[in-house]
Design a protein around this ligand. Sequence first.
Ligand SMILES: *[C@@H]1O[C@H](CO)[C@@H](O)[C@H](O)[C@H]1NC(C)=O
Ligand SMILES: *[C@@H]1O[C@H](CO)[C@@H](O)[C@H](O)[C@H]1NC(C)=O
Length: 148
Amino acid sequence: MRFNFLSIAALISVATTATAQAGFCPDALRFGSISVSPTTLSPGESFTITTNLTCAVQLGNTPTFLDYYIDATSEENIGGPILIARRTYDNTTTPAQDKFTTHLPAWFYIADATYSVGVDNSFARLGPTGESVIRVGGVSTGITITGL
Ligand SMILES: *[C@@H]1O[C@H](CO)[C@@H](O)[C@H](O)[C@H]1NC(C)=O
Ligand SMILES: *[C@@H]1O[C@H](CO)[C@@H](O)[C@H](O)[C@H]1NC(C)=O
């Protein structure tokens, strides 16, 4: 699993704050974590995406919207991310997760690129004047695309 926003600062922050938090939610999980099944897919094939939002909610990043993408190592491979789902999150869901089945759209994938499925979590936070501001953060996980 790869975290888009993982940084040295985040790692240091995990080390210093994680033990102080109930339920242990490291900073790296602040936007959620994503898993897919199966992880090897051919175009048209169905797969299930599960986004665990326990830590996102616990850290105050409760999603309003969740946008899902297929992305590649290099934009030239597929011409930029492919939006596969745009979902509204019901924040009363227990446990805090978003799970659904979709299919890999047929596209101009190339055999030697590395692909991932990512989610962008859009969540509201209060700014300094009390205005609700929408912020976005994402995580992704690798997939293998076969049958090309
Ligand atoms: C979701 O993530 C939390 C925090 O890492 C973990 O404790 C929990 O077991 C996960 N839930 C599932 C269903 O995997
Ligand atoms: C949960 O959803 C309701 C209805 O959309 C909204 O009013 C509320 O602010 C949300 N709570 C959080 C923590 O995002």
